[in-house]
Design a protein around this ligand. Sequence first.
Ligand SMILES: Cc1ncc(COP(=O)(O)O)c(C=O)c1O
Length: 390
Amino acid sequence: MSRFSARTGFSRTWNPLAQALAERRARGLPLLDLTETNPTRVGLPTPEPALLASPEALGYAPEPQGLLSAREAVAAHLARRGARVSPEHLVLSASTSESYSWLFKLLCEPGDNVLIPAPSYPLFEYLTRLEGVEARPYRLPRGHGFCLDVEEVAAARDERTRAVLVVNPGNPTGHYLHEGELEALGRLCAQEGLALISDEVFSDFAWDEEAGRVPTVAGRELPMLTFSLSGLSKVAGLPGLKLGWTHVGGPDTLREEALARLELVADTYLPVNTPVQLALPGLLAHAPRFQEALLARVKENRRRLLQARSREALWDVLPAHGGWSTVLRIPLALGEEPTCLALLDEGVAVQPGYFYDFPSAAFLVLSLLPPPDVFAAALAPLARVLDRSG
Ligand SMILES: Cc1ncc(COP(=O)(O)O)c(C=O)c1O
């Protein structure tokens, strides 16, 4: 028997819900899938495939940070969102996930830790562990509507903490970072020598306007090293094209050192594939069309969900401000998994809150991406199961 690293020894046992879902699919039974978050499968606009067929697509330019033309396109995209950044401070990678792995290599010794929000996107546990880094959760308090509380961040820190990770807006909680929170984070990070990693993949998907919202930390004068992450996966709904970017900010000397080291890391892996880099200006020019259609979809599905809830219902749709998902609070007595299984029996797939490390077993997560007819058809069984059991 060969020996393998402990850090790749993840549990591969399927939970009862994943098992039930696979069985339902294998039996060919109908399914209204409110766990679908793949933007290429829900009938949203896609760009011209010809964009990828540039005559230079088979060429190769060994520029570790990515082609200047591609980085200029990202800088122009950020400028349209009010962030003035230099292409020199951008590093392209094959995805946000790859950007994370480079940042953990850059910032952490094996055994160091980074602070991650809870509840949040479950992949952080994997991305950190694969780099030999510990993910230490800090709570986004329910009482604050899952907004960031810097006291919780400070309480989670120890002497091996190297960075604080924020997801802005939260996935699946949908809350944006605000000026006061960023200021407090800046003080903590500067005082303790921590970097800020800001995951902004959903930042373009705001459902409303809010005073004091921080859509991105890119281009801001901040007292600590900052990394602002996004990519085509969400911005243009093209996860299969594999292109992400990181903006590096903060005090000049720290930023220059971080960029020099990141260049070396990037060079070790060779740059992002040429066809997507050449197509990037066109793909980002298409992004507003995709985003507009997605936002209309998400808002309409959420409106219908709110409408489907009777006034006396014991379940709630949690307030939020952006993203692709929505969170329901259900009576604790129901249990997340039994509710998900009962819904699956009715042909509706949703996710339990524990996938995202919610604080108690009383939350469900629904994707707002499904086509309106699919989403609408799921609402009657959803209300029936939640009302019946409440
Ligand atoms: C918060 C968050 N960050 C990062 C990612 C991964 O993005 P990428 O496809 O660029 O690796 C996801 C994917 O769902 C996500 O939800």
